[in-house]
Design a protein around this ligand. Structure first.
Ligand SMILES: Nc1ncnc2c1ncn2[C@@H]1O[C@H](COP(=O)(O)OP(=O)(O)OP(=O)(O)O)[C@@H](O)[C@H]1O
Length: 235
């Protein structure tokens, strides 16, 4: 990837889209500081590498694609991992940690399975627990790669409500999404192709829709349905 110069406005939701292999996951991992790269990433105007790992983990919530997690942990303990950057070394969880975990598990409707082992959950259930782990951090910036993977339509809709609530409270959300109709619900869209940013603009702008159609070889169309932008396949 090269020539990437992006600024993500605080308190907005940006979706990153583009064809397979465009570099979406690579960009997100670079933003999270998980990938060695040239150039720099600034968080609140400060170089990311100057943050300690603990500080960075408090500031940046992360939900990766095919995220690994210990299958023999309970759902509750997995979500509690999100609180590690806030806890003193070997200290037991404080009431605030338990509160954050409960709120995160309830927000993803995973609270009822809190005693179950992660390894015993379905793909979509597991994804909701990993989302809860990311939410439990209560970071100001939340980076998510394919957060809707394995989620059924009602839980996709719940995710949308959740993201809107987070953004309304001032969280900055950046998500890689393959489902373009979901990606168009964001405030802003970054369109990638061939390792380059080909467009960065509001999801409602005609120019964004035109770039989207172009990078997908005009095999999609963007249409408005009941006040929402959606994409339709096009021959
Ligand atoms: N660990 C790696 N080592 C070498 N090349 C990689 C690695 N990860 C990704 N790539 C390459 O970098 C390019 C971008 O990959 P990336 O996973 O960022 O794309 P993407 O836009 O997220 O794709 P998809 O829609 O298929 O998930 C691809 O050509 C891929 O083969």
């Amino acid at each position: 990837m090269h020539g990437i110069d992006l600024r993500f406005a605080a308190g907005r939701w940006t979706s990153i889209v583009g064809p397979n292999g465009a570099g979406k996951s690579t960009l997100l991992r670079a933003l999270a500081g998980l990938l060695p790269h040239e150039g720099g990433v600034l968080l609140h105007g400060r170089d990311l590498p100057t943050f300690s790992l603990r500080e960075r983990a408090r500031q940046l919530g992360w939900l990766g694609q095919n995220e690994s997690a210990a299958d023999d942990l309970t759902v509750y303990d997995v979500a509690m991992l999100g609180r590690l950057p806030h806890r003193a070394w070997l200290a037991p969880p404080a009431p605030a940690d338990h509160q954050a975990v409960e709120e995160a598990l309830r927000a993803t409707q995973a609270w009822d399975w809190r005693e179950r082992l992660l390894g015993h959950l379905s793909g979509g259930e597991r994804q909701r627990v990993l989302l809860a782990r990311a939410l439990a951090v209560r970071a100001g910036v939340l980076l998510m790669d394919e957060p809707l993977a394995n989620l059924d339509p009602p839980h996709q809709a719940d995710w949308l409500v959740l993201v809107r609530e987070l953004v309304a409270r001032g969280t900055t959300v950046v998500s890689v999404l393959h489902e373009l109709s979901m990606a168009l619900q964001a405030d802003d869209m970054v369109v990638l192709a061939g390792g380059r940013v080909v467009h960065h603009g509001p999801c409602g702008a005609a120019e964004t829709h035109a770039e989207l159609a172009r990078v997908f070889d005009h095999r999609i169309r963007v249409r408005s349905l009941e006040g929402q932008w959606i994409t339709l396949p096009h021959d």
